[in-house]
Design a protein around this ligand. Structure first.
Ligand code: ADP
Ligand code: MG
Length: 235
């Protein structure tokens, strides 16, 4: 699905990611852990094609296509979805109009509205949040659920959730996790987190640990438990 080959990324002339090699496969949930500042968000941003995160060396291959130089828009069209660490609010734009624009006529507006409402219900998103401007007055957890709602409607193939459990209460986390487990087929999830809280509800296939811009360890969910117990120092 997604392959990073010898990837080196600079942010304002500082080397953040170093010679990273990583293959992320279909039908799998990956969890990326690591201390603050280790480069997790940088990796997410560069996969999504954010221009600030400069690819100095290496390649990003997505479904056999080299997307190293593709624009963020081309990447999202090809099925990559990034949910930011802090989802922004958008004044004057509701989730309905945002998604109607994103879908660009591929679905009938009424059918789209119904689908949004149905999915919002599954995700336990309050109806009033849908009618408001995007994320306006929404809590951290509500914002994350609204991100997942967008992902569900846009149906991307590669989904990155940066800081998936930050500002999210246990009930919201459970709902998010169940939704992902149910919508795993044909998709790849890359979940970035500090904690192993999420691992109670979602069983990752692979846990990756990043430190100073490198993947230093790879394992299963037990690795996350080990980190919770001993911290990153031991790794
Ligand atoms: N927009 C930016 N401008 C300058 N430095 C940045 C920017 N984004 C990230 N960095 C730097 O890159 C390093 C990695 O940050 P980040 O990828 O956000 O780490 P993590 O998400 O693992 O906490 C940090 O030293 C951070 O200060
Ligand atoms: Mg981060």
């Amino acid at each position: 699905m997604l392959e990073l080959k010898n990837l080196t990324i600079n942010v304002s002339d500082k080397k953040i990611i170093r010679n990273l090699n990583l293959k992320l496969e279909k039908n799998k949930i990956y969890v990326l852990m690591g201390p603050n500042g280790s480069g997790k968000s940088t990796l997410a941003m560069s996969i999504a094609g954010h221009p600030l995160y400069l690819i100095k060396k290496g390649k990003i291959i997505f479904n056999e296509k080299n997307i190293t130089k593709a624009s963020p828009d081309e990447r999202s069209q090809s099925g990559i979805f990034l949910s930011f660490q802090s989802p922004l609010s958008l004044s004057g734009v509701s989730i309905y109009s945002l998604l109607r624009t994103a879908i660009a006529g591929r679905k009938d507006p009424l059918a789209l509205r119904e689908e949004i409402e149905k999915t919002a219900k599954l995700l336990k998103i309050k109806k009033e949040l849908l009618d408001r401007s995007l994320n306006e007055g929404a809590s951290g957890g509500e914002r994350k659920k609204i991100e997942l709602l967008q992902a569900a409607i846009l149906d991307p193939k590669f989904i990155i959730f940066d800081e998936i459990d930050t500002g999210v209460d246990i009930d919201a986390l459970k709902t998010i996790a169940q939704f992902m487990e149910k919508n795993k087929k044909g998709k790849t999830y890359l979940l970035i987190t500090h904690y192993n809280r999420i691992l109670k509800y979602v069983k990752p296939d692979v846990v990756l640990v990043m430190m100073e811009g490198k993947i230093v360890k790879r394992g299963n969910y037990k690795l996350a438990e080990e980190i919770e117990k001993n911290g990153y120092e031991k790794i």
